[in-house]
Design a protein around this ligand. Sequence first.
Ligand code: SAH
Length: 472
Amino acid sequence: VNFVRYYPIFIDLENRKVVFSGAGEHAAAKIRLLLKTSADIQVFGENPCESVSQWAAGGRLKLWHREPTATDMAGARLVYGANDEPAMDRRAVELGKKAGALANLVDNLEESEFLTPAMVDRDPVTIAIGTEGTAPVLARKIKADIEEMLPASTGLLARVAEAFRPIAATLVSSAKRRTFWNRYFFEQGPKAIEEGGETALEQRLHQLFDEISLEQAQPGSVALVGAGPGDPELLTLKARRVLNDADVVLYDNLVSAEILELARREALLVNVGKKGFGKGWKQQDINALMIEHAGKGARIVRLKSGDPTIFGRLDEEIEALDNAGIDWHVVPGITAASAASAGIGASLTRRGRNSALQFVTGHDVAGFAEHDWRQLARKDATAAIYMGVKAAAFIRGRLLMHGALPDTPVTVVANASRANQRVVATTLLKLPDVVKTGEITGPAILLLGLAPKRAAAAVGFVSNQTARTGTN
Ligand code: SAH
């Protein structure tokens, strides 16, 4: 795991004392940010720069032409050592710490207790951007992007909303409350400000409340959504949108953590793929849970890995929803076979080689799955075999028995599209050996009849039939 070292919090500086040791340009850069607050800023330095002198003259801070003492630190919440002179900075910071202040040595991360982030100010909405000092250029770019993204009215919208919160809380369902705030923040609110400023905004809020109180409650619904093979960038825009709107997300084991991050923060997330420990989820349990939540008016996302129409038991869930009279729709996703073939740079179909492609499962309700092996054993047959790792020896046996060539290429792609994607090229004959080494962990697909092409070479693939390679 990658731990975040600096955890962002917002500190209350209303009328609190902030002490600066140093009054030059170094200090001014930080003071400029602090001036956004009502803090009592006390600056100590013999050679104040132009800006600091002006601020002092304008009464925005107090300036002392000497070093701070212990007495000066009493009640300070933050202390900055900003002389660009380590010894003097440390002296000041030690005094401040003794008085209970949090300390920052400008440009000295190691000895600082906190960082001063770049900031986008739409009070009461503030966005802090920190890069732990690694990338000021990046911080500036992010700040510029966010400034552009958030209209100046954002702060006003939030402030007016706060006063209205208790009234909005009387809307009966959480769905109504969400609709109310969505329409306020993203449609009606900005429009009202444009048309008539703050007064118009307050009026619009009341109108909107009346409108939504009277609206019929929306019935619950289920989106059966493909989460793709794991890389969040391979989600469809539609999948992102429904995830962002969902009240409840029921997801399978194979859905990656990065994708779950995209769900709305208030959404209830349930892993219905858990097996082995404690309660195993049965299909009926999943159906019952969907129906229960839909009955309460929830918007449900049933999130399945890859494409929900491929080895995803989609029809069983659709039947249950239909029987319960619940609205549903399907959002397709990128299936593992597509991600795997992309990962090895080889096409799943090819003129003159195979004009058909099979999606095959290694496993079905009865155990190892039976297929039309004669057809799969033909020289140019191409198949994407899902859930095939455990069945590898069985599949080899069946195929060889039906006349497949022992040196038919097979490529195993594990964790396709993910950071830990792994490609192992082998032959039908050696397939079970590869699987037995235990190197294949995580979901894997077997591409029968396909060998890796260039993309795999680019990640260091050695063109030897048992060579193996990872991509990271
Ligand atoms: N609906 C899914 C398949 C579900 S069955 C889809 O369209 O992809 C589960 C099987 O899919 C796994 O056993 C594995 O064979 C395959 N699979 C899913 N995600 C994968 C991934 N990221 N890399 C390789 N195989 C994957």
